[in-house]
Design a protein around this ligand. Structure first.
Ligand code: NDP
Length: 471
């Protein structure tokens, strides 16, 4: 009998997705460029409805129509290479799904390439890493609406489930799915950096790893409940078998990145949207990776020793509040970027539904996302998440602690770029008047760029005959 579903690319993500799809009652055909991987995978899973194919032609012929072929190959040129090989083998209305971390503009290009050929293309963000792929990821599929009906049974069956709801919705046309996955990753960068700053502060106050693990476990019982808080607690208590020391103390402080955070930064810059918390997070990774420079500078640039002489219990509560408030700002920024791009592209993004499918399966899964969904359900036109009643309340009650945390960190010389950027964004947004009046004066001074006045109707532009400056 023909298979219900086909998957190309049997590396870690592909293998786990196949096992997930098969476990939900679908027969799956698989293909990998290197046939040995296909053979090994099929041999390792006897008794399952998985058939391996050494040729792409046999693979395609093994599928029921319209064919559903998912690619889990390396993002970039490999996706184009596989699509090119598939085109002559596929027929009208067949569906190609790219489940890799493709740049959304690549997805738009592939959509424009395949649609005139009568093929349907889905760029689907798949989050949750290896475990998510196996047990249920959060899936962010974009592409023509007609593909949703064809894919829904599979996607809903394999996605993570939260409160009986599958963590997948049709995101929008074209590159919308991969775009939303990119923003998810940007937000993930922000969440991770904020947690690292909380860790740095608690450590500066002398808390042991075990104590900090207990703090994160406790936080995981409340408003901050999230996968990343949970794994942070486990990571902090992990002991190295060889040395008996905590693994986290042995890990070199140079962060890696694969580029999705930088894609988010570039997109924000293109759209003139402020994502200062995510920017701070990406930049913190960059600076961390410049270890040699930091070590050299640490012997030359002077400053406080980076220790907090404070009451630990009090600090723990304050850092909790600072972390939650900063996290809200980070999400507000990411959502603002999605709102802006969604409107520009006419994608019709449902931000509440998107936050809803992030509640399970993905790295940023967290309790508090349901408040985001509720906020957009109550007001679909919400300009900024921080203005939703629930979030206003949290920010109002958190801000005294938030300010103290940032102030103490600054005084002690502990870098908290993401906490600081979040607070500055919050304070900027709630400033009815910013010093940009002086900025406009400067621009008019040197460049005759003109300015509007507070005492004249908007849209009238003025120029001052500024004095001449010599030298
Ligand atoms: P990799 O990104 O390491 O890709 C390896 C796979 O791509 C192999 O099956 C390989 O085949 C195939 N491949 C590479 N080049 C070509 C080519 N030119 N033609 C055909 N096949 C090719 O695998 P992962 O499983 O880690 O990731 C798959 C996708 O999922 C990526 O886009 C990744 O960014 C994304 N992703 C990964 C996550 C993770 O946790 N790893 C999480 C979420 C998304 P061969 O065996 O022949 O080399």
């Amino acid at each position: 009998a023909p298979s219900d579903f086909g998957l190309i690319g049997l590396a870690v993500m592909g293998q786990n997705l196949v096992l997930n799809v098969e476990s939900r009652g679908f027969a799956v055909s698989v293909y990998n460029r290197t046939p040995a991987a296909t053979e090994a995978f099929v041999a390792a899973h006897p008794g399952k409805r998985i058939t391996g194919h050494a040729s792409l032609t046999a693979f395609v012929q093994s599928l029921s129509r319209p064919r559903r072929v998912m690619l889990m190959v390396k993002a970039g040129a490999a996706v184009d290479a596989v699509i090119e090989q598939l085109i002559p083998l596929l027929e009208q209305d067949d569906i190609i799904i790219d489940g890799g971390n493709s740049l959304y503009t690549d997805t738009e290009r592939r959509d424009a390439w395949l649609t005139p050929l009568g093929l349907r293309f889905i760029g689907a963000g798949v989050s949750g890493g290896e475990e998510g792929a196996r047990k249920g990821p959060s899936i962010m599929p974009g592409g023509p609406a007609s593909t949703w009906a064809a894919m829904r049974p599979v996607f809903e069956a394999i996605a993570a489930q939260v409160d009986g709801q599958p963590c997948v919705v049709h995101i929008g046309p074209g590159g919308a799915g991969h775009y939303v996955k990119m923003i998810h990753n940007g937000i993930e960068y922000g969440d991770m950096q904020l947690i690292c700053e909380a860790y740095a502060l608690l450590q500066a106050a002398g808390l042991s790893n075990a104590r900090m693990a207990a703090v994160f476990d406790q936080w995981n019982q409340g408003e901050l409940q999230s996968y990343l808080i949970q794994i942070t607690a486990r990571a902090l208590e992990q002991v190295d078998a060889e040395t008996g020391r905590h693994v986290v103390d042995l890990i070199l402080d140079k962060a890696g990145q694969k580029g999705t955070g930088q894609w988010t930064q570039l997109n924000a810059a293109e759209n003139a949207v402020v994502i200062s918390t995510i920017n701070a997070a990406v930049e913190a990774r960059v600076l961390s990776s410049q270890k040699d420079q930091r070590v050299a500078a640490s012997g030359q640039l002077q400053g406080p020793a980076g220790r907090l002489e404070v009451d630990a219990e009090r600090l723990i509560t304050q850092v909790h509040d600072a972390l939650f408030a900063s996290k809200i700002v980070s999400y507000a920024q990411g959502l603002d970027l999605m709102r802006t791009m969604g409107a520009k592209k006419g994608w019709g993004l449902d931000l509440g539904a998107i936050a809803g499918i992030w509640r399970g399966g993905c790295i940023i899964r967290a309790q508090f996302l349901r408040h985001i969904t509720a906020a957009y359900q109550a007001d679909p036109g919400l300009q900024n998440l921080m203005l939703a009643p629930y979030f206003q309340t949290v920010l109002n009650r958190s801000q005294a602690a938030w300010r103290q945390v940032v102030a103490q960190a600054v005084s002690a010389g502990i870098p908290v770029p993401a906490f600081g950027a979040s607070l500055a964004y919050f304070d900027s947004l709630r400033s009815a008047r910013l010093p940009a009046n002086l900025l406009q004066a400067q621009r008019d001074f040197f460049g005759a760029h003109t300015y509007e006045r507070i005492d004249k109707p908007a849209g009238q532009w003025f120029h001052t005959a500024w004095p001449e400056v010599i030298g």
